[in-house]
Write a protein that binds this ligand. Structure first.
Ligand code: TXA
Ligand code: MG
Length: 382
């Protein structure tokens, strides 16, 4: 396996990177952009910085961190016997750098605080130019969970990190909006039972299964509504309620766009009846929207809140819609998902009604996050 090439020439950028690297060398934490979500980074080889991460995020001590690298040489230095397991070779070649995290048997270089005493370490080679360059400038790997307060939706803008961690960390590097918008896929190829996706994310099941070594790939779909399953999670991070805005989240799962729209109407009526004054709706556009206009509409309204008054006869209630994107293009929906949840929270809505999408491609990660965020799920009978 050979390293991908990478160069950066931006002078301002280099100054920012050296400033960040100095903080990180001093075992401080720095928020950094990645192609998935913003990360809260510290030197992965020093327990002092790692403990800062847990404290800053208020993260449960049994939820291990992902280690970010910028070369395969760096990767080898972190592995037991410096060896990359054969099952990962094609996957690494095809998907790194990128939104894929892989479990490896760890070497003793990795402090137990990173892995919460597990024998495996989760490693990712990010494609974001700032993340890559920063790791290279540091010369050591960076442990980084998402840069939100634990339980909140992951940050996909620097301002989201500010909202959660302002005053608690010395530096945030602003790299604009994250292009994937949901976290990386976590892949475990070390089990005798065959490879498995522990957390769906930026690299889709459909993309991974196209690799011969991933033959028989399984997806852990546990959402841990069952309390017994909560006690035996396959990836520690998935056992907590997560990605949650302050408002109650109602997730609607229908068989097609029309039935989902019906469910939305019903839920809005319910919300009004139970006294909610401000109702948020996370919508998708779909094939049933006027063809030809559909695209233009997405571009204009995607990412903006559209406020309208809804008259229920006696009182005026406010609904605030946020359009995630085209349901047929789950990557759009994924990119806007956490931003939409945070936007509606900022509007101080009492509840958020969400139109579910199909679990194909990035939709699998979207639905996984929404089920973990939901206080209630309404499913249409098949
Ligand atoms: O895209 C991402 O992965 C982002 C960016 C910043 O890289 N990071 C991120 O980290 O989402 P975090 O901490 O929010 O999620 C890490 C996930 C958790 O579900 C954790 O339990 C799992 O990875 N994980 C970490 N180490 C593990 C291990 N050794 N075995 C099983 N799961 C592990
Ligand atoms: Mg997280």
């Amino acid at each position: 396996l050979e390293d991908p090439t990478f160069t950066t020439t931006d002078q301002n950028g280099l100054e920012t990177l050296s400033k960040a690297a100095l903080l990180l060398k001093d075992n401080k934490v720095v928020a950094i952009p990645t192609e998935t979500v913003y990360g809260l980074a510290a030197n992965a080889l020093n327990a002092k910085g790692i403990l800062q991460i847990y404290a800053t995020k208020n993260r449960p001590a049994d939820n291990p961190l992902i280690v970010h690298i910028s070369s395969l040489k760096m990767l080898r230095s972190l592995l037991m016997n410096e060896e990359i397991p054969q099952i990962y070779h094609s996957v690494i070649h095809k998907f790194w750098p990128g939104p894929l995290t892989i479990l490896f048997p760890k070497s003793s270089l990795i402090p137990s605080e990173v892995t919460c005493n597990q024998e495996t370490v989760a490693i990712r080679f990010p494609s974001h130019p700032i993340a890559r360059a920063l790791i290279t400038v540091c010369g050591f790997p960076l442990a980084a969970p998402s840069a939100n307060v634990s339980g909140r939706p992951s940050p996909t803008l620097a301002s989201h990190v500010m909202d959660d961690l302002n005053g608690k960390i010395p530096m945030i590097i602003d790299g604009g909006q994250c292009s994937f918008g949901v976290e990386s896929t976590v892949l475990d190829g070390l089990q005798a039972s065959g490879p498995a996706i522990l957390r769906p994310g930026g690299v889709t099941y459909e993309a991974l299964i196209s690799i011969p070594e991933m033959n028989g790939l399984r997806v852990y779909k546990k959402d841990f509504v069952d309390k017994n399953l909560e006690n035996t999670p396959t990836t520690p991070g998935m056992k907590y309620r997560h990605y949650s805005p302050n408002a109650q989240v109602v997730l609607l799962e229908g068989n097609d766009v029309h039935s989902i729209r019906k469910l939305v109407e019903g839920e809005v009526a319910n919300a009004v009846k139970s006294g909610n004054e401000k109702i948020g709706i996370l919508r998708t556009t779909g094939v049933s929207d006027v063809q030809g206009e559909c695209h233009k509409q997405e571009v204009n309204i995607k990412g903006n809140g559209i406020e309208s008054d809804m008259d229920n006869g006696t009182m005026s209630r406010e609904t605030i819609e946020y359009v995630l994107g085209n349901a047929e293009r789950p990557q759009q929906v994924a990119q806007e998902l956490f931003k939409g949840l945070r936007y509606l929270d900022e509007q101080k809505v009492d509840c958020i009604i969400v139109e579910g999408v199909s679990e194909a491609y990035e939709g699998l990660a979207v639905m996984n996050r929404l089920r973990k965020a939901a206080t209630r799920i309404v499913r249409e009978q098949k």
